[in-house]
Design a protein around this ligand. Sequence first.
Ligand code: 3PG
Length: 305
Amino acid sequence: MKVLVATEKPFAASAVEGIKKEVEAAGHELVLLEKYTEKARLLAAVKDADALIVRSDKVDVEVFDAAKQLKIVVRAGAGYDNIDLAAATAHHVVAENTPGQNSNAVAELVFGLLVFAVRNFYNGKSGSELKGKRLGILAFGNVGRNVARIAKGFGMEVCAYDAFCPTAAIETAGVRACASVDELFRSSDIVSLHIPATPETLKSIDYRTVNLLPKGGILINTARKEVINEPELLKLLAERTDLKYITDIKPDADVDFQQFEGRYFSTPKKMGAQTAEANINAGIAAAKQINAFFADGCTTYQVNK
Ligand code: 3PG
C-alpha cells in the first residue's frame, strides 16, 4: 500500500524517519510531500495513495475526489476540523485522529506564552507572576488536563469547565469544576481555550464572554482561531485597555489586532504541536493506526462513524 504523508508544515525529521520505519516494517511504501504551497501538488500526490497522513492540511471534497485509491486518512493530531468528514464517508474513506499524542506540547506552550505575557513581552518593565493567579481551563480534554497539571506546578488556582466532561472527572483531577462558561470567565484571571472548532463553538468566544474577565484578564488561545469572534474581541480590546489576548494561531484580522501593542501577541505559525516529541508521538501513532487498519480492519480512532 502507498502511504502519503502530506504536511504543509512538516514533522521533525526524526518523526518522519520513525513513520517511514513503521510503514515499511508493515510492507507498505512511504511517499513524502512536505512544505507544499499549492493545492495542485496535494491533488497530484493523493491520486494513487491508499492512506494519507496529514496535520492541519485541508482534506476537502476535492482531495477525496482526486484520491481514487484512498481508504484511510489520519490526522496526526487532535482536532480534525480540517477534514471534511461527510466527504470522507461519502467516498468510503475512514477518517481518524491521534488523540492525546501532542497534548503535552500544546500545554507547555501555554505556559511559555503566559510567562511571556505576564512579564510584558520581556520589554524590561516589571511584570507579574503566575503563582497565586486563577487559571480557567475551557474544555478538559487531553490538553486541558496537561495544562492543569503544569499550572499546579506554578502554584496557580485552577478551575475548568467542559460541556461534555462530568464534574466528578474534573474534580478527581484536583481541579475546581465551574458550572458554566460564564462562571469560568468571571472567576479567572487567565482563561486558556482548549475547545475544538465545531458548529457549536464557532465564534463562541465573543465580546460578552471575554468581558466577564476581571480587571487585567488574559485570554490565551492555543485551540483554534475559528472559536474567536474576532470583530467583537477587537472591539473589546479597544474598550478595555486592561485585557490581553495571546495566541499561537494568527487571527484572520492579525493586522487589526497588532494595534494593541503590548496586549496582543501571536506566533507567526501554529506552534503548539511543533516539538520533535509531539511529532514523533502523533506521526508514529498515525502510522501504527494505518498499519492496524490494513492488517485487520482496526478503526478504533475513527471519527467519521
Ligand atoms: C491539533 O489539533 O492536534 C493541534 O492543533 C496541532 O496541529 P498541527 O499538527 O497543525 O500543529
